[in-house]
Design a protein around this ligand. Structure first.
Ligand SMILES: [Fe+2]
Length: 214
């Protein structure tokens, strides 16, 4: 891991403890609903059904804010906080607090589907697929669209999805990131150079700090 400075959640007040309890209850319920929606696989329809539940959770802005999920206190791009995962590491939900300069070149999430729902701030997701599907590590991409994640909005990616992500407006952001499985289990991942049409392996230690905030 990079030596990113993230403060983590410091529960120091009855108010903060209350927020955490309320948040955990709502997260648990949302994850149950999302599991039901995704039971039959990661089709677009199922992802859209699941997305509605994550958007509903993300509307609880008082439970997902920078008090409990602080931004990096150094020049890192992002702090990531795990707030839920199943015992087998599936259905991993992170709160990501991103600095205004947050940018990730195109990358995949192994074979994990993903849903990203906005709480605060705007984040552009440019979506791609490999030009030659089924050939991991093959560089050329085809752009499939662009989506802005903000409050009340979410973007989904199927297991073959690739996204390029940047914070917008020169402001920090805080969003919910749900993956089919946690970062460690996402396995072989790739990042892409659009100009060169090449790919190279993406390693977990390129991410900033991940704090267990359950
Ligand atoms: Fe990503």
């Amino acid at each position: 891991m990079l030596s990113v400075k993230c403060e983590g959640i410091v529960v120091v007040s009855i108010e903060a403890t209350g927020r955490k309890n309320e948040r955990n209850q709502l997260v648990m319920q949302a994850m149950k609903d999302i599991r039901v929606a995704m039971e039959a696989g990661s089709s677009l329809d199922n992802l859209n059904r699941a997305k509605a539940h994550l958007i509903a959770l993300a509307t609880q802005q008082h439970l997902f804010d920078f008090r409990d999920f602080p931004l990096p206190i150094d020049d890192a791009m992002e702090c990531s906080y795990l707030v839920h995962e199943a015992p087998d590491g599936s259905y991993s939900l992170y709160v990501n607090s991103g600095a205004p300069h947050q940018y990730y070149a195109p990358h995949d999430h192994g074979d994990a589907w993903a849903i990203i729902a906005g709480v605060t701030g705007r984040e552009r997701h440019q979506l791609y697929l490999r030009r030659n599907p089924g050939e991991p590590g093959d560089g050329p991409l085809v752009k499939k669209g662009e989506f802005i994640v903000a409050a009340g909005q979410a973007v989904t990616m199927q297991p073959d999805g690739i996204h390029e992500v940047n914070a917008m407006d020169g402001k920090p952001l805080l969003h919910l990131h749900l993956y089919a499985k946690n970062f460690t289990l996402q396995g072989e991942r790739w990042k892409y150079d659009l100009e060169e049409g090449t790919a190279e392996r993406f390693y977990l230690d390129e991410l900033g700090s991940i704090t267990d905030a359950r």
